[in-house]
Design a protein around this ligand. Sequence first.
Ligand SMILES: C[S@@+](CC[C@H](N)C(=O)[O-])C[C@H]1O[C@@H](n2cnc3c(N)ncnc32)[C@H](O)[C@@H]1O
Length: 362
Amino acid sequence: MNDETSAVPPPAPDAQPPPAAVPHRRRPHYRGDHPRRFTEKYKERAPERYAETVAKVLASGKTPAGTHRPIMVAEVLAALAPQPGEVAVDCTLGYGGHARELLARLQPGGRLLGLDVDPIELPKTEARLRALGFGPALFTAQHSNFAGLPRVLAGFGLAGADCILADLGVSSMQLDDPARGFTAKFTGPLDLRMNPQRGQPASALLAKIKSGDFAVLLAENADEPHADLLGEALAGRVLAATTDLARAVRKALPRLNREDGELTVRRVFQALRIAVNDEFSALDTFLRVLPSCLNPGGRVAVLTFHSGEDRRVKKAFVNGLRAGDYAAITPDIIRPSPDERVANSRSAPAKLRWAQKIPGAR
Ligand SMILES: C[S@@+](CC[C@H](N)C(=O)[O-])C[C@H]1O[C@@H](n2cnc3c(N)ncnc32)[C@H](O)[C@@H]1O
């Protein structure tokens, strides 16, 4: 008789009881070939396990979900010229792409402070950079608004920095996470705050604002050509979800074709984002205190993504040159190369400006 059970060896004397069964959890499924929702993009979010999928997303000029691709890295490094032993501040740490390149060039003996207002992504980026071997003597992550840069430097006993970088706006991690409500591409709460622990979500601002004030906000923050009409149609509305706002915008401007409608929705989101995060006032404060935060001969580079930001940076650098704070400033804006624009579509609107503090001046 062939008794299969007799072939099973008896348990070893010190054998552990089998682990309690863990209920099996199915992966999120999606219809069709391409995952659409953030939760379905589990392969993109685990590059160590799904390198091939991530490579395909990158090759298509897109950014894998949950990551951010640093923009104009070579140009930023050329402007900042970080040297071993120097002090640098990355005012907008994000995913840490620029920081990683700076850190590699500040060694030995240098130091990088990485600031960000986003309390959700900051600890993840800190852990990622630590895992790459950047220890606490070389790198410090600080939850802070760059408007408070003088206080941050003083807190670390630093008189100034040799290199300062600000890569303005939002990160791809913020944009791609529907729970943060930054885009109409996904349904999510109409929030748009980089720091959800402070201020009010965009839905609350929209519900309270008067039509005239909203029209001004749309014109100033996003150069919106239909500002008055949209101010009338949207101000005071209670719209809880990103997609509710997008629908209301399209309904207010029914004659726009699909592409123009989408651009208008994007501008409305941009205007609200700038307002709820107080972005212009943070940028104005930063640009005002910047010369006092740079060591003599120190360099600053600022990447902007729309005209409202670039106008401010240009004006501050030109005035700083005239006032004798800066020895040199960018003669012309620097744009991403055609190759970078194809390789990373999110780089397309970027503009880089730099300035250098006069040597010998504090
Ligand atoms: C475009 S991303 C930076 C990406 C980063 N250079 C990289 O390579 O990953 C902009 C980041 O700046 C942060 N940020 C925006 N305004 C800020 C402010 N006023 N102070 C500090 N961080 C800010 C955002 O939360 C976001 O993480």
